[in-house]
Design a protein around this ligand. Sequence first.
Ligand SMILES: [Zn+2]
Length: 606
Amino acid sequence: MKTIVTVVTVLCVSLLATVRAGAEEADLVLQNGVIWTVDDERPRAEAIASLRDRIVYVGTNRGVREYISEETRVIDLDGKLVVPGFNDNHVHFESTGRLLYGLNLLDVSDERGFADRIREVHERYSPGTWITGGDWSAYETWAEGDVAEAGREVNPDDLYGNLFLPNKGMVDGFTGDRPVLARRFDRKVYLANSAALEIAGIRKGSPDPAGIAVERDSNGEPTGALFNPVSGAVESTVLVQDNVRALFDPLIPEPSRRQRIQETRRTWDQMKRVGVTSYSDVTSAPIQVDVYRELREKGQMTARVRYRPPLDQWESLANLGIRVGFGDEWIRFGAVKAWIDGIMGNSSARFYEPYTHNPSSRGIWRDIMFPFERSPDNPEDMQSRLERLALQADAAGLQLTVHAIGDEANGYLMDMLERIIEKNGERDRRFRLVHAQVMTDRDIERAGAMNIVAEVQPFHVSDDMRWMEERIGRDRSRGAYAFRRLWDAGAVVCFGSDSPGTNASRYYLNPMLGLYAAVTRKTLSGQPEGGWFPQEKLTVEEAIKAYTLNTAYAAYEEDIKGSITVGKLADFVILSDNLLTMNPDNIKDVKVLTTVVGGKVVYEGG
Ligand SMILES: [Zn+2]
C-alpha cells in the first residue's frame, strides 16, 4: 500500500511539474501586436513571451496569458509591428564610432559651422586627443539624396574646385594646444590648426614638406590649409596622392582606451535606436575585441558582434583552434576577410571592360592579388596570393568573405570558389561575396548554383544609382545590385549598412534605409519614379528576412537568432509603422520604438 501511495505521489508531483513547465512564467511579454516572425512555420503571431535571454512562447494573446505573473513586464503593443532584431552584415565599427563621437563636417561649408562643430568635439574629447577627419564640403558637392553631376569634367585650371576653404584662425582661439587636422571630403585639402602645424614642423620660413603645398598669408605665415597633389580629367576619377595623411599619420597617437570605450558606447547607442541587435565588425583594430570583452563583462553590451580578422592572419587563428562558430552569443569569430578590387566611389572597382566615362581604365586589383605565382600543386597553374591564402584558410575551417565590386572582381571570385570546391571538397562553407555589386548574368547564375552568401548593403543602390550609368553604362548597370536575380538563382542575399557610409554620404546603421532601398530602388528623394531597374526589387517580407534570418544564416547562427521562434534569443524590435502594409516610399522614415536584446529592453524611444 505504501508503495502505491508513493507511486501516486510521484505521479502527481511529476504531473504538476509538467503543468508548471508548460506555464512557465516569463520576464517579458509583448501582446496585442502584429508579430512578423520570419519563421515559415508560423509567420504571424499576436504575442511573445521571453524568459531570461530566450523566447519561450510565440502565439496568441490568449495563449500568452499563462506566462504572465506579477513580476512579468507586460508591453501592450497596441497593434504595432514586431520583427526580429536587425542583424547588420557589414559594419566598420571603429570608424562609425569615431565619426559618431568625433567630428562630422559632411554638411558643413562655412566658417560658423566649421568652428561650431570643432568646438563641440573639443569639449567632448579628453585633453591631448587629436581631432581629425570631418570631410567638410561633401554636401556642397553632392546634395544628399539628389542626383549628382558625378561625371562632370574637371576644369584643368582649378583641380581643387571652388569650395569652402577654412583657416586655422577659425579654431585656434579655443582649441589651444589640442591638435586639429580636419579633412575635406575628397582629401584634396586638409586644415591643421596651429598646434598640429607646430607638431609637424610647418612654420613661417620652413620649407613645405615634400609633396604638400602649404598655403601662406602675405607674411609667409601658414594659414593651416594644406594641399595634396591632384590629377585627373573627370571628377569621379580624380587621383589624390594623400601626402598630408602620410605626413601626419605617424604623429597622431592611437586613440586612448577611454576614447575607444566612449566611441563604442556611442555606436551601440545608435544601434539600439535603429534596432540593430547583431552585427559583423569588418575592420576594427584587434584592440576593439578587448573593449568588447570589458564592456560585456560589465553587462553593458547591447548588440552581439561577429569580429572578422583579415584573411592573411588565417594561420594564427587556425593555430589557436579558432574555426567557424568560435566564441559565444555575444562575441564570435570564425570568418576572415579580404578585398580584391577598388570601389565605385573613385572608379577603382575592377571591370572586364573599361569605364564608360574613362576608357583608359578598368579599375584596380588590390595588393593581396599579388604576386601571381605557380601553384604549389600544379606548376601549370598560375595562382594569386589571395587564392593560396583562401585555399588554406578554407581547409582550416574558416569562413571566407571577400570584397568584390566590379564584374571582373566578382567573376574572379566565382572562378576561385569553383577551384576551392574542387580542391577542398564540398562542404557547408557559406562563402560570403562582399558587396556583390556588379555581376554578369553568368556569374549571378554561378553564385546561385554554389549557394554563395551575397553580403550586400542595399542602401548603396539609392546612393550609387545617381552616377552608376554614367560610369559603366546602362547594360552593365543591369547587373548592379541584382538582388532579385541573385535571390531567385539560389544565393542567400543578406543585408547590412556598410556604416558609416562613404566620404560623400553617411548612413549610420539605420536598417530602414536599406529596406527602403531594396523594396523601392529609389534615391532618398524618391527618384526615379517606379525605381531603378525595378525588376530587381525584393518584397518587404524578403527584405526583412535578408536583414534578419539570412544574416544569421550567413554567420551560421540561424539556429539561435534571425526569427521570432521559441528557443531562440529574445532579440526583437517594435516599430512605429507596419512595414508589411504601408506605402514603401515611407519605409525610410519608420522609427524603432523599442529594442529588446536577450530579453532585456535596451531602448525605448520617444
Ligand atoms: Zn565596407
